[in-house]
Design a protein around this ligand. Structure first.
Ligand SMILES: Nc1nc2c(ncn2[C@@H]2O[C@H](COP(=O)(O)OP(=O)(O)OP(=O)(O)O)[C@@H](O)[C@H]2O)c(=O)[nH]1
Ligand code: SF4
Ligand SMILES: [Mg+2]
Length: 434
């Protein structure tokens, strides 16, 4: 990743959906002006999601996601279609590509209902406009989109995901006023209009303001200490992404960021003329930092700040408090959003299990889930503990929290679990009034 590039997790995710051969990949190529997605007249050419990051003038950094056809059939084909639908879980804005040959049928209606129930703003396009020329085709599709919206409203499925509407996730406004356009990837007709509509949709749904990571808790001129462990875990010459993002956010809010290793924290506090307005620590050294930072100075962790920025802090805090009801032999699911080789004292496989079992006073039964998939059945677990989710966008994190909520299973994250096991959860949540 280039140091100057916005990380993918911070980009608005625009998912392109439709049947096989509808023209999804061609449309992405036309929008981006690059041949990044494979195009052919063989249905099922796109088998895995393809991501393309770009700056959308007027809307900022976005990532387009090309997906497999939602109508794919057969064992493998169905798995691909399901994979396309799973992309909805991280989609901020959806583009439904309708093949003029098939019109808007069952696969498109099913997708639209899902999109509406998830409160995702959607733009519908009828593709290959160079091959058809009747306005009634466009009107026919618009009428059907309106019918699906009406039906979704009547069945009460619209807006199930209220939490999705907070912060950098869309609201259902755009979904209730259907936008239907004709586009051609061959002649470029309608592509500019589509881009403009996407920009408007993003603005309507998210506004112009980037949510703050920490700056909104502070006053300009405040000093904040950021504490990292002695053994920096980022590759040489780098800091990890949450640290970099927190520093940038502090500078954007005219605050002073002082970064210090655990071993130098006491000294740094002694040497500062005024106590810092806040101390933010790496969760793994929470206990040490808690012992060093005087009680009157607010203290929290990077992980808790990002739980607020990316997820639903109230829900994750509730989940952390539910850890108190764990008993020996209860089943705990640990979820990491990406795969990595566990290091010697790995947080997800070693530290969190060890500290939690010490707190519970007996063995717990742990399961681990890593990568893009999230288990469909969560009912067998007493609690779910999620990683910081730095590689996920906010929509994806909220989708995971919603799934746990729907199953009635408390969900929390590493940072809060560690704070709980070390007896400092209340202190760590105090800066947020929780
Ligand atoms: N005439 C015309 N043909 C198009 C247009 N867009 C796509 N096609 C053709 O339609 C076929 C399918 O296009 P793709 O972009 O691969 O369609 P897709 O939806 O990505 O298909 P899968 O990856 O199989 O799901 C190809 O032969 C394209 O050349 C268009 O605007 N006009
Ligand atoms: S916090 Fe989660 S998403 Fe981020 S690197 Fe670790 S496992 Fe991956
Ligand atoms: Mg394709």
């Amino acid at each position: 990743m280039s140091l100057n590039k916005t990380p993918r997790a911070n980009r608005v995710h625009i998912g392109i959906f439709g049947r096989r051969n509808a023209g999804k990949s061609s449309l992405i190529n036309a929008i981006t002006g690059q041949d990044i997605a494979l195009v052919s007249d063989t249905p099922g050419t796109t088998t895995d999601p393809v991501y393309k990051s770009m700056e959308l003038p007027g809307a900022g950094p976005v990532v387009f996601i090309d997906t497999p056809g939602i109508d794919d059939v057969g064992g493998l084909g169905q798995a691909r279609a399901e994979r396309a639908l799973r992309i909805l879980g991280s989609t901020d804005v959806a583009v439904l590509v309708v093949d003029p040959e098939h019109g808007l049928g069952v696969p498109e209606e099913t997708l639209l209902s899902e999109v509406i129930s998830k409160s995702i703003p959607v733009v519908t396009v009828v593709a290959k406009h160079d091959t058809w020329d009747c306005t009634s085709c466009l009107e026919g599709v618009r009428t059907k989109v309106e019918a699906v919206i009406r039906q979704s409203r009547a069945s009460g499925s619209e807006g199930n995901a209220k939490a999705m509407r907070k912060g950098r996730t869309g609201d259902s406004k755009a979904a209730s006023q259907p936008v239907v356009l004709g586009v051609s990837a061959v002649t470029g007709e309608g592509v500019r209009e589509l881009t403009a509509r996407l920009c408007q949709t993003i603005k309507d749904a998210f506004g112009d303001a980037e949510p703050a990571i920490v700056g909104d808790l502070l006053d300009p001129g405040d000093t904040v200490f950021l504490v990292v462990p002695l053994d920096l875990q980022a590759p040489k010459g780098r800091l990890i992404l949450p640290q970099v993002q927190a520093i940038r956010d502090l500078l954007d809010h005219d605050c002073t960021a002082v970064m210090v290793k655990t071993g130098h924290l006491a000294n740094a506090l002694d040497n500062s003329k005024q106590p810092p307005a806040l101390v933010i620590t790496d969760s793994q050294v929470f206990e040490e930092v808690d012992a060093i930072v005087p009680a009157g100075i607010p203290l929290t962790s990077f992980s808790i700040l990002f739980a607020r920025y990316k997820g639903d802090l109230d829900e994750l805090a509730r989940g952390a408090r539910a850890l108190a009801s764990l008993k020996p032999h209860d089943r705990v699911l640990i979820v990491e959003a990406c795969t990595h080789h566990p290091i010697a004292d790995d947080i997800g496989t070693v530290k969190v299990p060890r500290w939690l079992q010490e707190k519970v006073g007996g063995p717990l039964e742990f399961s681990w889930q890593r990568g893009a998939d999230y288990p469909a059945d969560l009912s067998e677990y007493k609690v779910i503990i999620h990683c910081g989710g730095c590689m996920l966008n906010r929509r994806a994190m909220l989708t995971r929290i919603e799934a746990a909520k729907a199953a009635g299973i408390p969900v929390t994250n590493y940072g809060m679990t560690i704070a709980y096991t070390k007896g400092i959860l209340d202190r760590a949540l105090e800066p947020f009034g929780l």
